[in-house]
Ligand binder design. Structure first.
Ligand code: ADP
Ligand code: MG
Length: 399
């Protein structure tokens, strides 16, 4: 669903449920990550951007102490009072919002009752961070609605904490930062240790970005993630004993890791080799972007995929197939799995003029191989969370 249609549909639903027009409409975007995978928790850098897929919130304060949350997509609602104790409930979607709400209450924010309806065109669970859009969009919305004076950084951190404590997902900070700090036509390099970030123009000239959704999600995502975290950390600890000046992965060179291949052992070596290489690749990717060297950028993306697949071992058969199929497509400059892995989407940099045919060929090949129709998302780099100020009320039917 396109942005305007989404807004219209959410606002109409609000009118139907609450019998009045929403006072405000907010948009919270999903995100892509050009490069820098599995390094946010390994003291690295990432290169994300917000995209033109959103969760749309229609909201009004309601002069009472009641809070009414309505999920249009899931056809579900949750109601509570300001004075109620806020704790996780058995509706997962509501927990992302309740986790935000409870932190605002703890901070002593002056909150009142409100009504909100929300819906989205970010596919859920496909790796485009619909969860971060939900928690950050909700925080952003309450901040504006009740003048809470929160900074963007605070909104992102509150979103992340909500995901940790109320949704039980121990995520890094990238997704929330992208949803809040995104800027049209820009990616940003985020230093995951200091949270410093700088923007880089990313119009990609005659190239564009598309995502192929494998539509698979293998169940070992959580266990795989925890194992990788542990293996990489163990490897780092061994390397620290060899190089006393080293404190984090970013202090190491690929050569230093290679020197200690035997002491690390095969698995820890490959994990560390990937992490150190990936941190380097993000910095090289920024240089490539600055020089508009998209061939180089694409090559780095593909190298990342090889590392994720063979060294970090977080890809899967379906995503490997989607990436390998692009090797026969000279108009695709780069392709890699994006996100946690074990399913989800691949991200691809393609020449605009060839985009349609390439996508058709890849989709057909994937369908033939796995009997699954992949979804394709063409994305534009957009702004982070914001109020949709152009909203002037629900148009009468037929307009
Ligand atoms: P991702 O963030 O990659 O999309 P997650 O599993 O982290 O995947 O988050 C998806 C969850 O976020 C959904 O299962 C749901 O609980 C919540 N969510 C996301 N979008 C919506 C939506 N439009 N309506 C209701 N809940 C949503
Ligand atoms: Mg998520």
């Amino acid at each position: 669903m396109k942005k305007k249609k989404l807004i219209q549909s959410v606002a109409s639903n609000f009118l139907e449920v609450f019998k009045s027009e929403p006072e405000h409409v907010f948009l919270a975007p999903g995100r892509i990550n050009i490069i820098g995978e599995h390094v946010d928790y390994n003291d690295g850098y990432v290169l994300p951007a917000a995209i033109n897929k959103y969760i749309c919130f229609a909201v009004s304060a309601n002069d009472s102490n009641e809070i009414n949350l309505v999920s249009q997509d899931l056809k579900d609602a949750h109601h509570f009072r300001l004075s109620d104790e806020v704790k996780p409930i058995d509706k997962m979607w509501a927990n992302y919002m309740l986790g935000v709400f409870s932190q605002l209450k703890e901070r002593g924010s002056r909150l009142q009752g409100f009504n909100v309806v929300f819906a989205s065109n970010i596919p859920m669970g496909a790796g485009l961070s619909s969860s971060a859009a939900l928690e950050c969009g909700f925080g952003y919305m309450l901040n504006k609605l009740f003048n809470l004076g929160l900074s963007k950084k605070e909104i992102a951190l509150i979103g992340q904490k909500s995901e940790h404590t109320f949704a039980g997902v121990n995520c890094g900070i990238m997704d929330q930062y992208a949803s809040v700090f995104g800027k049209e036509d820009h990616v940003f390099k985020l230093d995951c240790t200091t949270l410093e970030h700088d923007y880089h123009t990313a119009r990609f000239d005659e190239y564009s970005v598309f995502l192929m959704d494998s539509k698979v999600k293998h169940t070992h995502l959580t266990s795989g993630y925890n194992d990788r975290r542990r293996e990489a950390t163990e490897g780092l600890e061994i390397l620290k004993t060899k190089y006393p000046e080293v404190r984090t992965f970013r202090d190491l060179t690929v050569e230093q890791v290679e020197t200690h291949k035997e002491e690390l052992g095969d698995v820890r070596f490959r994990r560390c080799h990937f992490v150190v290489g990936e941190i380097r690749r993000v910095l090289d990717a920024v240089d490539a972007l600055e020089a508009s060297d998209f061939k180089k950028l694409g090559k780095l993306m593909t190298e990342t995929h090889n590392g994720l697949s063979k060294e970090y071992e977080v890809s899967c058969e379906e995503i490997d197939f989607l990436v390998e199929a692009t090797q026969n497509e000279p108009e695709i400059l780069g392709s890699r799995m994006m996100g946690g892995g074990f399913g989800g989407c691949s991200i691809n940099l393609v020449k605009k003029s060839a985009e349609k045919e390439v996508i058709n060929r890849l989709s057909e090949a994937y369908q033939k191989e796995f009997d699954i129709e992949p979804a394709v998302y063409k994305v534009k780099i957009s702004d982070g969370c914001k109020e949709y100020k152009k909203f002037k009320g629900v148009a009468p039917a037929g307009e």
